[in-house]
Design a protein around this ligand. Sequence first.
Ligand SMILES: *Cc1c(COP(=O)(O)O)cnc(C)c1O
Length: 376
Amino acid sequence: MSNRTNKYIPYSRQCIDEEDIQSVVDVLISDWLTTGPMVEKFEAEVASLSSSKYGIAVSSGTAALHAAMFAINLRPGDEVIVPAISFVATANAVVFQGAVPVFCDVLSDSLLLDPGQVESKISNRTKAIIGVDYAGHPCDYNLLRAIADKHSLVFIVDACHSLGSSYCSKRVGEFSDIAVFSFHPVKSISTGEGGMVVCNDSNYARRCKMFRNHGIVQDHKQRINWRYEMQELGYNYRLTDFQCALGISQLKKLPEWIIRRNEIANKYNEILCDRVKPLVVKNNVVSAYHLYVIKIEGHRDFLFDKLRSLNIGVNVHYLPIYLHPFYQRKFNEYKNSCPIAENAYNDILSLPIFPTLTDDELMYTINNINNLLEKR
Ligand SMILES: *Cc1c(COP(=O)(O)O)cnc(C)c1O
């Protein structure tokens, strides 16, 4: 990396090395560009990393969420409880299936789904709860699992931020019925675009595989017979072999990248002035630190503008989903329904965090924040 003077520092970015490049090139000159051996290898590695029996690679995290909604047979009229603060795709996947996202408020110190409020959102149409591991911090798997079991609901984790995180020394994916990952360039590892569903239920796995391939049933007879059957309406959500090869190569570096992300977070915690409130990380958790989010009451917009003008790519994650125009038109009844999420939205700012962020770039960011706040 060149030195940072006047160079834009993004809030996140991919890390690609020679080994990654070679792994992609090797596949490009092989016999299989898609539906080949790299797909199964990548699936097995991500499944094992999440202590799950099955991994189903798909073309994005959004496709993974959609496949999960299909797998559980989500239908029009069904309801799914989702946190108010997440990327829009979490709720969109519910809407794709004609079902209704029911927005639930979050905890103010972590912005994770508040288990204490989930039960009040359950109706006789509720089919599932989607917890989001916001910023890389696993949501309260134990409590959410217990609530789901008590009411016979499916517990799904949107783990798009938390590949490599752990909870009570266990891996992401061990508590949920289905967990989904994203391999977009800003996430823990990248395949360009890409996603994965992990689960232990063979029926969910079978339905996800069918869904990513047009709803066509795959059995071994198909390979020796021209005949195939489309059983359900599916999509082309397949991931290519060269993307999976990149994913496999990236996974090797995940442990050291998480250490570096934690190092960066600790530096921020240590040196940022007291007026900056970082989100809490519970001590039973290792966060993959997809995001480093601070709350800065009253001065968020000021800091955002000033830091951007200094070429520091801060960002805001996220506007509560139901405040997006589409959701206001379609599901207007949620306005004001999650006050903690709406208030937090005014105060939050995501600071740069990614493995190749240099110490120099980190100190430049910290010093500028401290200096700017000193004058306010
Ligand atoms: C990135 C992300 C997604 C969607 O993943 P894509 O791969 O971009 O489709 C879904 N949910 C959350 C919480 C995300 O951060």
